[in-house]
Design a protein around this ligand. Structure first.
Ligand SMILES: [Zn+2]
Length: 185
């Protein structure tokens, strides 16, 4: 196989997951990671079921408590998303949206988002985490703690874009660390 063909094939494999909209599949979620300058942006798209065990506005006190606990855990994102310490990243802000939960319940202002690609009766949570990194060139790893913090995550598909190009990985509870691959050449 020629080197050029190899690179093209490589590019096609990495690009393929980005083409398909994330399907609503319980247990599965996507993380889009982008590094630009000092800004590390991480976007989670997950069925609410992974985080709460239900996918509607809370109707009982127990469910309300679960939502409050979910929001607290996600806003304290340093506990669930940990870049390696050498990059010295600090959490700048977090935004969340769900078609099933009122923005005020998520600590957000503005109007409730409408359903996107979820099947009827189902709902996702979109969460954006923004970190500022003092040494972005030192980023090597991102430890993803959603498997430990919430009981519903089975597989997290990570797509990363940054100075080293694109990469893709599948994380599980036993392999929860995303690694930035060094540049090819
Ligand atoms: Zn669902």
């Amino acid at each position: 196989m020629s080197r050029l063909f190899g690179l093209l094939l490589c590019g096609a494999l990495f690009a393929a997951p980005a083409l398909a909209a994330p399907a609503h599949e319980h247990g599965v979620a996507t993380l889009d990671v982008s590094l630009e300058g000092h800004a590390l942006d991480i976007a989670l798209d997950s069925p609410l079921d992974n985080l709460l065990g239900f996918e509607h506005a809370p109707t009982t006190e127990v469910q309300r408590t679960q939502v409050v606990a979910m929001v607290r855990r996600l806003r304290d994102a340093g506990a669930v998303l940990q870049p390696n310490s050498g990059a010295r990243c600090t959490l700048a802000d977090v935004h969340m949206a769900s078609s099933a939960l009122p923005p005020a319940m998520l600590g957000e202002a503005g109007a409730q988002v409408s359903a996107n690609h979820e099947p009827p009766g189902h709902a996702d949570l979109a969460a954006d985490f923004h970190f500022d990194c003092v040494h972005p060139e030192a980023l090597r790893e991102l430890r993803v703690g959603f498997f430990e913090a919430f009981s519903g995550f089975r597989l997290i598909r990570v797509q990363a874009v940054g100075p080293h190009g694109q990469s893709y990985a599948e994380l599980t509870a036993s392999a929860p660390v995303f690694e930035w691959k060094p540049a090819h050449d």
